[in-house]
Design a protein around this ligand. Structure first.
Ligand code: COA
Length: 264
């Protein structure tokens, strides 16, 4: 896929928290393909190094837990120090497990809130004075659970709803020099999230009659949304949550003939 022109992000520096796998790594790879200098951050140093190596020789792999405010701050400082002031910051680290609320301990609930919601605050709050102004773009990775309640996902629903509001408030407080947006991916093939939520499904999800676009999305498609939000094409866009979801959050799009079984 080559929706955006080569060199679109040349000279830009991007920091991607959670960028060592899945959607976030896909975003980091796409930013680098378009010319950005990229730092990826994950909890595991070896995984961070491997992710950076897969992006290219100029990528920086850093280890920090988004729950640890000081560790994230020093990763942000290191990225800005080595690569230059930050133009794009993505907060995408996420945790999930499937369990009814009555089988969640307080610590289990808190762990997901800590990674997703508090982690996003730590990344965004921590990067503020390291950003290029004007023009910096911050992107949080949200999810449909923010808006549509799903059983067995009390922690994620609460955390992602908080992220959506955090995005809107920071967009108001940090404009006009900094834009703050979110992306809400639908079901995306090849991600740890979908392997947890739909175990046993084919890697790309196969045909999905219930989704308006009849399929799961691809990591590359979410990456294109991140490029759009980081590009001059989105210069008047802030405070939005962009649904990159094939219409899955609209509800069940199964085509039924309403006259079937009705006697005339
Ligand atoms: N059901 C109920 N509780 C669970 C659980 C499950 N399937 N999995 C974890 N927990 C609980 C643990 O029991 C623990 O609570 P306790 O101390 O009261 O027993 C709490 O969650 C924290 O678990 P722990 O494994 O110590 O935390 P962690 O920081 O190592 O892991 C998680 C974080 C729980 C989110 C883990 O699932 C994870 O790391 N996942 C990888 C990333 C991921 O989920 N990606 C998908 C993104 S959509």
């Amino acid at each position: 896929m080559s929706t955006f022109r080569d060199g679109l992000l040349a000279g830009k520096t991007a920091f991607v928290a959670g960028g060592t796998s899945g959607i976030n790594l896909g975003i980091a790879i796409r930013f680098a393909q378009l010319g950005a200098r990229v730092a990826v951050v994950g909890r595991d140093p070896a995984k961070s190094q491997a992710a950076a190596a897969s992006i290219g020789s100029h990528a920086l792999g850093l280890a920090a837990d988004v729950r640890d405010c000081a560790a994230i701050r020093s990763a942000l400082e290191q990225a800005a120090g080595e690569l230059g002031p930050l133009d794009i910051v993505v907060s995408g680290a996420a945790g999930n497990f499937v369990a009814p609320a009555l089988r969640m301990s307080a610590n289990g609930f808190r762990t997901v809130i800590d990674i997703d919601l508090n982690g996003t605050f730590n990344v965004f709050r921590g990067c503020h004075d390291l950003l290029v102004r004007p023009g910096a773009s911050l992107i949080a990775i949200s999810a449909g659970q923010a808006v549509n309640p799903i059983t067995m996902q009390a922690h994620v629903c609460a955390a992602k709803a908080g992220i959506n509001q955090l995005v809107r408030v920071l967009a108001m407080e940090w404009g006009p020099d900094i834009r703050v947006n979110g992306i809400s991916p639908g079901p995306i093939g090849g991600t740890e999230g979908m392997s947890r939520l739909a175990p046993g499904a084919p890697p790309d999800g196969g045909i999905q009659e219930w989704i308006a676009l009849k399929r799961w999305g691809r990591i590359e498609e979410v990456a294109e949304s991140a490029v759009f939000l980081s590009s001059p094409a989105a210069s008047y866009v802030t405070g939005i949550i962009l649904d990159c979801d094939g219409g899955s959050q609209l509800g069940d799009a199964t085509r039924r003939d309403p006259t079937q079984g009705v006697k005339s």
